[in-house]
Design a protein around this ligand. Structure first.
Ligand SMILES: Nc1ncnc2c1ncn2[C@@H]1O[C@H](COP(=O)(O)OP(=O)(O)OP(=O)(O)O)[C@@H](O)[C@H]1O
Length: 269
């Protein structure tokens, strides 16, 4: 299990920094040149997985692709392999075969460069009932778990404080007291905190296993609204049985069939 790591006691940065609100004006004959930025997407390519020491494959040639800043949802029967796939994506286990990578494309949809393997440091995962794994006595310690406690120079301290502030802002927790106990929060706010713990690492991909499980109707609506906001800036892949509530957010969806076979199909709602 996790040991007691030193914790930073950095206060959030005081001033709120508006994110890129500057607008540019072009006058006369001066024209804005279109920059071809392209896009990147997560690609799971024919991934199979057989746990070490077992004969049975839990995933069978699973493939999916999810463009950046999209919301993907995997549904299917209990025991079909959905959580196993999230664990592979998070780098907690290695596929037996196949690959998990990020591929860049130009605006015309042509691949640019070689695919890059997805680094586990770039992935945040929130397990089912994440509040059960809160270990610290304060919200600040929980979010900054593992940060250097002392001897950080002022530049690093400033950067970490900004990361903390951005993460708390993005989950709507910027006004809560950071010295409160995490377990004193309501159910919905505990889920917000669990998301902030991942977002503070600025992941490229956010994986959520049953984000609405165990919440009352109000907290569920609260988390759905939060995910709608997060979707604007993050690539999110969710495993859930709560199809009706998440339906408005979903860009791509897949059914996981028993035996770990994944098929892209619309949500049956
Ligand atoms: N390390 C392992 N060794 C052997 N079997 C495993 C291992 N991990 C998971 N399983 C089995 O693999 C199957 C798929 O499990 P998984 O948790 O991925 O399913 P799931 O679709 O997420 O189910 P649920 O919806 O209930 O969470 C289950 O039958 C599970 O018992």
């Amino acid at each position: 299990m996790l040991g007691a790591a030193p914790v930073a006691a950095f206060p959030p940065a005081v001033s709120s920094s508006p994110v890129n609100k500057m607008t540019r004006r072009f006058s006369g004959s001066c024209r804005a040149q279109r920059i071809s930025a392209g896009y990147s997407q997560l690609e799971v390519r024919k991934v199979s997985y057989r746990p070490p020491g077992t004969e049975q494959s839990l995933l069978n040639q699973t493939s999916l692709s999810l463009p950046e800043k999209s919301f993907g949802l995997i549904f299917g029967r209990s025991g079909s392999g959905k959580t196993t796939l999230l664990q592979l994506l998070a780098g907690l286990s290695e596929p037996t075969s196949g690959s998990i990578c990020i591929q860049k494309y130009d605006d015309s949809g042509n691949p640019t460069g070689l695919p890059e393997l997805l680094a586990s440091q770039r992935v945040g995962i929130v397990f089912q009932f994440p509040e059960r794994y809160f270990l610290s006595d304060t919200i600040l310690e929980e979010v900054t778990f593992g940060w250097p406690r002392q001897k950080a120079d002022s530049l690093l301290r400033g950067q970490l404080a900004l990361k903390l502030q951005n993460a708390m802002n993005s989950v709507g927790l910027s006004t809560i007291a950071l010295d409160e106990h995490p377990q004193s929060l309501s159910g919905g706010f505990k889920r917000r905190l669990a998301l902030a713990i991942q977002l503070v690492q600025t992941p490229d991909l956010l994986l959520l296993d049953e984000p609405l499980a165990g919440l009352d109707w109000k907290a569920r609506a609260d988390v759905v609204n939060l995910l709608k906001d997060l979707k604007k800036d993050h690539t999110i892949l969710v495993v859930s049985h709560d199809l009706r509530e998440l339906y408005p957010l979903v860009d791509r969806s897949w059914r996981m069939e028993m035996g770990g076979v994944l098929k892209e199909e619309p949500l049956p709602v």
